[in-house]
Design a protein around this ligand. Sequence first.
Ligand SMILES: NC(=O)c1ccc[n+]([C@@H]2O[C@H](COP(=O)([O-])OP(=O)(O)OC[C@H]3O[C@@H](n4cnc5c(N)ncnc54)[C@H](O)[C@@H]3O)[C@@H](O)[C@H]2O)c1
Ligand SMILES: O=c1ccn([C@@H]2O[C@H](COP(=O)(O)OP(=O)(O)O[C@H]3O[C@H](CO)[C@H](O)[C@H](O)[C@H]3O)[C@@H](O)[C@H]2O)c(=O)[nH]1
Length: 335
Amino acid sequence: MKSVLVTGGAGYIGSHTVLELRKQNINVVVLDNLSTGHREAVQTPYFYKGDIADDGLVREIIHKHHIDAVIHFAAKSLVSESVQKPELYFRENAMKSCSFFENVIGEGIRRIVFSSTAAVYGSAHHQPIKETDVLQPVNPYGESKLMIEKVLQWMGKVHDVKWIALRYFNAAGASLDGRIGEDHEPESHLLPLVLQAALGKRECVSIYGDDYPTHDGTCIRDYIHVLDLAQAHVLALRALYEGHPKQNVYNVGTGFGHSVKDIIDTSERITQRKITRKVDQRRAGDPPVLVADSQSLQEHLGWKPRYSDLRTIIQSAWEWHKAHPNGYGKTVDFT
Ligand SMILES: NC(=O)c1ccc[n+]([C@@H]2O[C@H](COP(=O)([O-])OP(=O)(O)OC[C@H]3O[C@@H](n4cnc5c(N)ncnc54)[C@H](O)[C@@H]3O)[C@@H](O)[C@H]2O)c1
Ligand SMILES: O=c1ccn([C@@H]2O[C@H](COP(=O)(O)OP(=O)(O)O[C@H]3O[C@H](CO)[C@H](O)[C@H](O)[C@H]3O)[C@@H](O)[C@H]2O)c(=O)[nH]1
């Protein structure tokens, strides 16, 4: 049986991916320090609370569970925090991933899937963005992820590691059975903030800039349902078990962009609640538009987004937020 170590499996995207992997009868072990994740989100009985930089623990888990592949989600991932504390991002993301890979490869593992990001492109000059486009991050978060891709490129070549980095665009939505969803503290992502405002937990939503060169002046992002993202990991892993991938880096997005105002307007329609908005200053490090060209992922790995229409994304997230207005561990029963 395949045995996969998932770092960051108590986090938002990691927990949904663990669920998907287990549906495929893959044995999954989670390593997470719970810095931003939740014990309640872990969807496997095999959980270790610890840091990816804990060499002894990483090696022990690999031995004990006969791990033969790794999916590496664990990271700090807030653009604005990275602009204020670049050193934190280079240490937590770049340095720790490097030592983690050293241990993983040292223990004989030759299959790695890595969480990269659209932030590696920076302010792209044309849309949709292809994997071969210029890589020019405009914030330390994106730069730290690009560094990790480069670490994989070099370590992969020397040690004959099969690896895939998935550059996700904006993850959103929740599992359709309402079991797991997005719970960050503090929350900084647009959709959860909008839905918290719909629930009356926030007075209003700030729109970070309405003077961008877009149809309504607000930033455009490519929102991808977390279940489609989870499926991309399952397919990437399968490709690594079957042989060397055709490409090491794949975008994961829908090819369609939605503005901040689109998200708020559609959320008002779905929740049938008024969502108060106020226009604020631009947020440092935000590119105006990010939309993915995911043609390669579709052609090479057979990936197809199934849940990423805006309605399904927002509806599933809304169900999660209504049932968990205070996040994990504080469930409200409306029945
Ligand atoms: N959310 C998005 O839209 C998005 C987009 C592109 C890329 N990503 C990437 O996807 C990954 C997951 O993002 P998410 O939104 O699920 O974030 P998240 O914060 O919910 O999950 C990250 C998890 O990693 C854990 N973690 C962090 N540092 C760790 C360490 N040193 N050792 C062990 N565990 C550690 C946290 O406790 C958390 O459970 C990240 O690498 C992020 O950069 C996210
Ligand atoms: O209160 C808010 C929050 C966000 N936004 C805007 O909404 C858009 C989406 O912002 P998020 O914070 O939800 O997401 P980001 O685009 O900043 O970043 C997300 O996607 C990136 C890739 O595109 C990274 O990988 C990152 O990890 C992930 O959080 C941005 O234009 C942002 O300016 C607002 O207007 N108001």
